[in-house]
Design a protein around this ligand. Structure first.
Ligand code: TYD
Ligand code: MG
Length: 456
């Protein structure tokens, strides 16, 4: 039973909105039935009014402010360095979000174990020391200064940190952290917010970079309030299909670099291995060319990647034909099928169509359209697309082949990987110096032209 003095407030568990009384629908984010009563024993905001309460900051002319790039800590992981914008900035608070089992703990433990010469403190509220040791042995221990602590109470952690100052701190995970300032349970909005605020203060006052792991909910947002994402400097998302080998890390927010970079890993027996040449692994190696596959040159962030698209069009057994897509937007597939049917006269409405992107990754890039169309037509005609051809163009509703961005980078990547011919939109040819490439560049304006070029 709560004491008479205990102060309670209702929090929306999805966005962190506060309300004095219970409401069914959150006025801030619009979600239903997300309000939970949480007990606050002391006013949390008064504890954290400012990071530098003692020292008053004075305005400075921008020209006199200096910084140095060399300060960044090299994570020894090329993919992670790139996503962070060139290493870890001292005093930064970095949130790593991802579904359970995707490899968040593995990624950060691996980094901690490889950062030789740096004292790293890995605090886990999820696994026991023995479990972590077992995992560390799998990955390989290089850093003798990697310390493990299993603790969930924030006050104890802060106490230890005041005695022992690591060069880097890792918290696994923010949802297990608990402060006695707030009486609600670990993982609730107010706990998450309060603990993060303390970690932020710690990072900014001591200059120790702090990584925090956060679980994500089914809809893909980081569990707990959106406010968490506002508080931290960098939000990294770790994603990928759990049943497949590849993992992609990307920054959805980065105060110290671009958010367009991505890193790709492969989960192997001894941890996460960096994938330096993603195109090479994402295209299936095969002896003979089969019908129904086509290679597209797509972009992940600002890196071109070649992906294989597989399609199967077969006569429908039941009245309503089935359409299914893995890694590709189903609505977009339906749209492309309608275009092929209406504008180009292919009888696809009586066919079941299945589409699959190899490697289990999800890409949203309109430049995949032309390869999708080629794969479907190839399967429908049962004529293979030669394996040294690739595609990069969007298809519009009238069956026109539309231009896409970053065409030069895509062509260069295709050439680098040994493709002999690339189909692009004719409109992309404008201003393109084709003489500097050895790969043959074919511009098409309509899907029919592509059909004639490939299958007749
Ligand atoms: P984990 O890091 O525990 O995920 P998270 O912290 O995001 O919940 O990763 C768990 C998965 O990774 C687990 O299913 C086993 C697999 N794994 C490997 O395949 N190889 C390895 O070397 C390690 C450590 C884990
Ligand atoms: Mg974990």
């Amino acid at each position: 039973m709560a004491s008479a003095k205990a102060k309670t407030t209702f929090f929306c568990q999805s966005c962190g909105y506060q309300s004095a009384k219970w409401v069914g629908k959150c006025p801030s984010c619009g979600s239903w039935n997300t309000f939970v009563e949480e007990i606050i024993s002391k006013s949390p905001s008064s504890q954290l009014a400012g990071i530098s309460q003692n020292k008053k900051n004075q305005p400075q002319p921008i020209a006199s402010i200096t910084y140095s790039v060399e300060d960044r800590v090299d994570t020894t992981d090329k993919e992670l360095n790139r996503v962070l914008g060139g290493g870890i900035v001292p005093g930064s608070l970095i949130l790593l979000g991802g579904e359970p089992g995707i490899g968040k703990s593995t990624l950060l433990l691996q980094m901690a174990l490889r950062l030789t010469g740096q004292q790293v403190l890995y605090i886990s509220g999820e696994e026991s020391e023995q479990q972590i040791k077992l995992r560390a042995e799998r990955i390989g221990i290089q850093n003798q200064q990697c310390y493990i602590l299993t603790e969930v109470v924030l006050e104890n952690i802060l106490q230890i940190l005041s005695e022992k100052r690591p060069d880097l701190l890792i918290i696994d995970s923010i949802q297990t952290l608990y402060t006695s300032l707030i009486e609600s349970s670990a993982g609730s909005v107010s706990q998450i917010r309060e603990c993060t605020a303390h970690l932020l203060k710690l990072a900014k006052t001591t200059g120790i970079p702090v990584f925090i792991i956060g679980h994500i909910t089914k809809d893909g947002s980081i569990a707990g309030p959106k406010i968490l994402e506002h508080m931290v400097d960098v939000v990294l998302q770790f994603e990928g299909d759990r049943n497949h080998l590849f993992r992609i890390i990307r920054a959805s927010k980065n105060r110290f670099g671009a958010t367009s970079e991505i890193g790709i890993y492969e989960m192997v027996n001894d941890g996460l291995r960096e994938v330096e040449n993603p195109s090479g692994v994402l295209i299936s190696q095969k002896e003979e060319t089969l019908s129904g596959t086509a290679i597209c040159v797509t972009m992940e962030g600002i890196r071109p990647i070649l992906l294989e698209i597989q399609a199967l069009a077969s006569t429908a057994v039941y009245g309503t034909p089935q359409r299914s897509a893995t890694g590709f937007d189903l609505r977009r597939l339906n749209m492309l099928l309608a275009v092929l049917e209406k504008r180009c006269g292919f009888q696809l409405s009586i066919k079941d169509v299945f589409l699959n992107l190899t490697g289990g990754i999800k890409v949203e890039d309109p430049a995949m359209d032309l390869a999708v169309v080629s794969a479907i037509l190839s399967s429908n005609e049962n004529i293979p697309v030669p394996s040294d051809i690739c595609f990069a163009a969007e298809v519009g509703l009238t069956g026109e082949v539309r231009p896409i961005n970053r065409i030069e980078q895509r062509i260069a990547e295709a050439q680098k990987l040994g493709f002999k011919k690339i189909f692009i939109s004719r409109f992309n040819l404008k201003g393109l110096d084709t003489s500097k490439y050895t790969i043959r560049i074919v511009g098409v304006a309509k899907v029919e032209e592509l059909y004639r070029a490939l299958f007749i």
